[in-house]
Design a binder for this molecule. Structure first.
Ligand code: HEM
Length: 440
């Protein structure tokens, strides 16, 4: 039997998980066998409970074995289930986020997406310091709260216009297609300086980043087209003698980085692609799924429609409750390290379960209940530490405007099908809906 661990101490004797090293000791093995029905390691990812709940195993992990051995696409991994431990892992400098490491536990779908979507373009997503920090600094100012708040009236007008269009058309409609997805698409087009006439092309192509059931060759063709488009966008800005560096991110990078030789065209292209990949699907899914969660808690939807001051709290609570990106922050130990008192060996993967952390009843009271007045701003839905979401101020403003305006302007909004018929995204890394038929 190994020595008691920090995890055990912190849990004040409530846990019976004594894993004292990356070797799996007998009691941990027994607990994991109970959870898995006989296997020594949990196989990750675990399926969510549709529509809004985490995999049921998460609660049992938190109470029985908060640092648990798992298997992830053939890699040995550790699942971290409790709020405090997840934060500790996300700021541990011994853990690498570098996706190019051979031991990085990327899913086959993730590998295919990285190869196809990013086309090997450089970016600071899933990269380690110091290069990560240098590249991130180049775009930090574009997402500062003041800068993003200045966009609020424009975002409000955009959402109002989209709603006008929806209300003027036939019903039922797919809420994702007509409202939730076009909003972030348009905002990203503004950020990148994509001309209005190309917004529809952009919307069509970005869908293929994460679309279900698309043959690989079709996805490749659509995303190559998007890549070519961004290539052309950078080129045309480079050739523009009157380019205003204050107009958008790409223009600024062209003036400050490309023309001065500090960055090559692939670098600028990679930054543009990163904004697209990181900011489109996430915000669109949050907008749709969050609205659905509000509709399923009708009194909170109605309260928000009557009192716009609830919007900020509603966004934080929906981010916490839904944690749509549970699989974004996988790490790998670059050297032997300790997490929650457990020895993790170099090369082992570490999976901080932010969805589990955000439902930890050691941190939140009644975490499985949606309560838009909870005040949950310390949630981990945007990650934590040096990789935490760069676009979070923008996502917050977009979602505040979105939920508040939908609840105020379409108080009769409802699903047009039973919730059991809504196609939830249990098959892709970012949780949400593939479609959301609504009426009003
Ligand atoms: C509700 C919407 C969003 C959610 C839930 C979300 C979530 C996340 C999470 C969890 C991470 C951390 C990944 C990690 O730890 O490795 C992340 C990183 C990132 N996000 Fe977001 N995000 C959202 C919207 C956006 C938007 C609108 C943008 C920009 C247009 C954006 C840009 C980024 C970037 C650039 C990173 C990489 C940061 C780094 O590694 O330093 N995100 N996001």
């Amino acid at each position: 039997m190994s020595e008691p661990t920090g995890a055990q101490d912190r849990a004040q004797g409530t846990t019976t998980c004594p894993a004292g090293g990356s070797r799996i000791d007998d009691r941990t093995r027994e607990l994991v066998r109970q959870l898995t029905g006989g296997d020594d390691r949990l196989t990750f990812p675990l399926a969510r409970s549709v529509p809004f709940d985490p995999p049921p195993e998460y609660g049992r992990l938190r109470s029985l074995c908060p640092v648990a051995p798992a298997r992830l696409h053939g890699h040995d991994a550790w699942l971290i289930a409790k709020y405090d431990d997840v934060r500790e892992a996300l700021i541990n400098p011994d853990l690498s986020a570098d996706i190019t490491r051979p031991d990085y536990p990327l899913s086959p779908a993730g590998k295919a997406n990285a190869a196809m979507a990013g086309s090997g373009l450089p970016s600071f997503l899933r990269m380690d310091p110091p290069v990560h920090d240098e590249l991130r600094r180049l775009v930090t100012r574009d997402f500062m709260v003041k800068r993003v708040e200045a966009m609020r009236p424009r975002i409000q007008k955009l959402v109002d216009d989209l709603i006008d269009e929806m209300l003027a058309g036939p019903k039922p409609v797919d809420f994702l297609e007509v409202l939730a997805s076009p909003m972030p698409n348009t905002v990203i087009c503004w950020l990148l300086g994509v001309p209005q006439s190309d917004h529809d092309f952009f919307q069509d192509r970005t869908q293929y980043l994460f679309k279900r059931g698309v043959p690989d060759d079709v996805r490749f063709e659509k995303l190559s087209g998007l890549n070519d488009y961004i290539y052309g966008l950078v080129d045309s800005k480079k050739a523009d003698p009157d380019l205003d560096p204050g107009a958008d991110i790409v223009s600024r990078l062209v003036v400050e980085q490309l023309r001065t030789g500090k960055m090559d065209r692939r670098g600028v292209q990679g930054m543009a692609f990163l904004m697209l990949v990181a900011g489109h699907e996430t915000t669109g899914n949050m907008a749709a799924l969050g609205t659905l969660a509000l509709l399923r808690n009708r009194e909170q939807f109605e309260a928000l429609g009557k009192d716009p001051s609830l919007a900020r709290g509603a966004v934080e609570e929906l981010l916490r409750y839904l944690t749509i990106l549970n699989e974004a922050n996988w790490r790998v130990a670059a050297r032997d390290t300790l997490i929650a008192g457990h020895h993790i060996k170099e090369g082992e993967a570490v999976i901080p379960l932010t969805l589990s952390a955000n439902r930890d009843d050691g941190h939140y009271e009644n975490p499985d209940i949606l309560d838009i007045q909870r005040g949950a701003r310390d949630h981990l839905a945007f990650g934590f530490g040096i990789h935490q979401c760069l676009g979070q101020p923008l996502a917050r403003v977009e979602l505040q405007v979105f939920y508040e305006t939908v609840a105020r302007r379409i108080p009769t909004l409802d699903l047009a099908v039973p919730v059991e018929e809504v196609p939830f995204k249990t098959d892709v890394d970012i949780y949400g809906v593939h479609a959301m038929p609504v009426t009003w």
